[in-house]
Write a protein that binds this ligand. Structure first.
Ligand code: ADP
Length: 411
């Protein structure tokens, strides 16, 4: 009998891009990573790295659609002897942004699952269509292979109604499926568990505040391994100040911009999602550039930083209250893992809540989970690198790894 397949291909299909990683789940090692960008344009770009040989190949040229993109990815993998036709491939794991309230777990994809992801398009118009295209294309390439959907929202489905509901008429909320779903769930799940491990505890034993600070940013309150609150809502617009999103604001700002400013709904949508946050405040959304400008005495960059940190601090305080007892605060993603000044400023003055950062530890850079709070601190403050692809691969493999999982009814 041939040994069970152990490889998982993780696909993250965006509207004009596909990111992918091939992992071997025997040791969670990466075999290949890559990215196809600008799908549908003349200057599409494919960048592929084979980790075994260290080879990186880049190609620029038209890639018409997701099908062509995945075929190109399959070809690149094939050149490294890692093709999609390999018997060692156990499954394909897909990141799916919105699973609504329906999907609380990773799910083997069949026709019913596809139909439900499609039904959720009105609440995730930008993301779910691209995710669906990725799934359908991968199914066409390997119809015999289990394909698994791992949802960004799933980790947050444990939120109590008191945190998940907006204070609006429930009949209207239910009719339009308006509630707080939360996003970045794969990262919050991974980082909260990794933080427990760093403390030498099980996830059930600890309460953790996770601060996922990338270009998009969200906070979550995780009690004994279960999410009880998170800062993103119906869409990823709510909550923290982000690279280009405003985060929380009085909903009346929207009425005001429409009535007094004469802006259309699409213009306001673009303003709040793409031209706000750090970028809207100071013209830059990269924290490195903002710190550089602050060092040069730039007042707009300083104010953007201060607004960003103020919001972050408010959420830390709020989640201390939601959790009652906090064991750890974990910083993750591009800003959280790299920007020591953000971590220092977010925790400054919170000694009363048991929170502090040791400047020496905070300045140390590294890829491993690490504590940055002073020895003996009541609450651990940690930097815990996220790894959403590994989490998707782990969840996918857990579902199909025995080779016994049913392949969906995709015919
Ligand atoms: P996303 O996955 O949301 O696109 P990431 O988690 O990769 O984002 O985070 C990207 C952001 O991280 C950048 O926009 C930048 O602000 C920040 N970042 C990355 N590296 C550094 C660094 N060395 N110092 C400060 N900020 C950084």
């Amino acid at each position: 009998m041939s040994p069970s397949p152990t490889r998982v291909l993780v696909l993250n299909s965006g509207s004009s891009s596909v990111k992918y990683q091939l992992l071997d789940m025997r040791d969670s090692s990466r075999l290949a990573v890559g990215l196809v960008e600008r799908i549908g344009e003349q200057t599409s770009r494919l960048k592929h790295t084979c980790l075994g040989s260290g080879d990186t190949r880049e190609a620029v040229g038209p890639i018409a659609d997701h099908e062509a993109a995945l075929k190109a990815v399959a070809e690149e993998l094939g050149r490294d002897g890692l093709g999609l036709d390999s018997p060692e491939l156990a499954a394909i794991g897909h990141r799916v942004v919105h699973g609504g309230m329906f999907f609380t777990e990773p799910t083997v994809i069949d026709d019913a699952v596809l139909a439900e992801i499609e039904r959720l398009i009105p609440v995730a118009p930008l993301h779910n269509p691209a995710n669906l295209t990725g799934i359908r294309t991968a199914q066409a390439l390997r119809p015999d292979l289990p394909q698994v959907a791992v949802f960004d929202t799933a980790f947050h489905t444990t939120m109590p109604e008191s945190a998940a509901r907006y204070a609006i008429d429930p009949r209207i909320a239910d009719r339009y499926r308006i509630r707080r779903y939360g996003f970045h769930g794969t990262s919050h799940a991974y980082v909260s568990r990794a933080t427990a491990r760093l403390l030498g505890k099980t996830p059930e034993e600890v309460n953790v505040i996770v601060l996922h600070l990338g270009n998009g940013a969200s906070a979550s309150a995780v009690q004994g391994g279960r999410c009880v609150d998170t800062s993103m809502g119906l869409t990823p617009l709510e909550g923290l100040v982000m690279g280009t999103r405003s985060g929380d604001l009085d909903p009346a700002v929207i009425f005001h911009l429409a009535r007094v400013g004469g802006m259309s709904m699409d213009e306001i949508d673009t303003l709040l999602n793409k031209r706000s946050g750090l970028f809207g405040l100071c013209g830059d959304n990269d924290m490195r550039e903002i710190r550089r400008r602050i060092d040069e005495g730039d007042a707009a960059a300083q104010l953007a930083f201060d607004i960003y940190v103020h919001r972050l601090k408010k959420y830390i305080g709020a989640y201390c209250a939601v959790l009652g007892r906090v064991d750890a605060v974990a910083f993750t993603a591009g800003v959280g893992e790299n920007a020591a000044p953000v971590r220092e400023a977010a925790v400054a003055g919170l000694e009363g809540l048991g929170l502090a950062v040791d400047p020496g530890l905070n300045a140390v850079r590294g890829d491993e989970p690490r504590l940055i709070s002073p020895a003996g601190a009541r609450v651990a403050v940690a930097v815990v690198p996220t790894d959403e692809e590994l989490e998707i691969a782990t969840q996918t493999y857990a579902l199909v790894g025995t080779g016994s999982a049913p392949v969906g009814n995709n015919s």
